[in-house]
Design a binder for this molecule. Structure first.
Ligand code: GLU
Length: 318
């Protein structure tokens, strides 16, 4: 439980002290697992490297953006404008990408700033956005039910997902890596064959790592993986470098190892049948690239991954 307390301190920025460094806490099976943890034996869509069956990252070409607060009559954006707020599905557990600032109570991060830019383009006010917190597994159901207008949550564009939802153009290029306790002896994904690895349910990460590890454990949130790693219940976490950078920043006893072994092209998830909103969001992303906003958001949140790369260029199928 003390290790759990340490995790809580690191995650939430609380003020109480963790265990003294000299105290050795036995690791392993006796610790409680996070709610919803389960061992994956036959991973969902378990092809390790499925050949893409579509041109996943080609989206719809934007037209000129309408002025803020003047959305075309009858458009999806006008409906959002009349409601008075954009509803965006985001994460609250992923430091740097989408997380709750424990001092202010606000949700912040790279993805959150992207969502705010969409709200700003509709309303002229980036505060006119209601955030709904979604886990990895909840992203597609929330889009399909219409509970959110967009999902901006480290969501990789894949052909499987395109059968259920639409996506903007790519707004960030991530890749999957491995996080371990320091000095673990694990050097990257090839070192996982006899190891237990944690990944979030409903993520591409789980499918990519399940076939490469002895055991894959799935949990609702990435921070659940960090607690399991700290408790010694798993040997590694594997997901996008963006998310691992956030976890490593919260626990200095961990490190990211090995190189990227997948390409994770993030897109804004949009319900099917709303081509106008796809084009509009693509226009916002084009503008963010051109006027330096994208770069500013990168520098604000992700500079620990290195200097800002050139933002992904828009690719369109029409
Ligand atoms: N980018 C991956 C995905 O879309 C992992 C990120 C996540 O699940 O939050 O599934």
């Amino acid at each position: 439980m003390r290790r759990l307390a340490l995790a809580a301190v690191l995650l939430l920025g609380a003020c109480s002290a963790g265990p003294p460094p000299s105290e050795v806490v036995p690791r392993g099976a006796a610790d409680p697992q996070p709610a919803g943890a389960s061992t994956v034996t036959a991973p969902p869509s378990s092809r390790p490297d499925p050949a893409p069956s579509c041109d996943a990252t080609a989206s719809l070409r934007p037209g000129p953006l309408p002025p803020a607060a003047q959305m075309p009559a009858g458009s999806t954006m006008e409906r959002i404008l009349q409601r008075g707020r954009l509803i965006a599905g985001v994460d609250q557990n992923s430091y740097l990408m989408g997380f709750r600032n424990s001092f202010t109570g606000e949700i912040e991060g790279f993805d959150v700033d992207v969502a705010r830019q969409i709200a700003k383009a509709v309303f002229g006010d980036e505060k006119k956005v209601q955030f709904k917190v979604v886990t990895s597994a909840e992203r597609i159901p929330m889009l399909k039910s219409g509970a959110v207008d967009v999902v901006v949550r480290t969501m990789t564009i894949t052909c499987d997902r395109l059968e259920e939802v639409d996506f903007s153009q790519v707004y960030y290029q991530a890749g999957q890596r491995v996080l371990v306790r320091r000095n673990s002896g694990i050097g990257g994904v090839d070192g996982l064959a006899d190891k237990r690895v944690c990944a979030a349910a409903g993520s591409t990460s789980l499918g990519a790592v399940a076939s490469r590890a002895k055991t894959a454990v799935s949990v609702p949130n990435w921070t659940d993986c960090l607690v399991m790693l700290q408790q010694g219940q798993v040997d590694a976490i594997s997901t996008d470098d963006t998310l691992l950078a956030g976890l490593a920043a919260q626990d200095p006893y961990t490190e990211v190892v090995g190189s990227r072994f997948t390409d994770e092209s993030y897109g804004v998830g949009i319900p099917k049948g709303q081509q106008d909103l796809v084009r509009f969001v693509n226009g916002v992303l084009e503008r963010m690239r051109a006027d330096g906003t994208w770069r500013g958001i990168y520098d604000r949140w992700l500079s620990r991954l290195g200097p800002a790369p050139t933002p992904p260029a828009g690719r369109y199928r029409d």
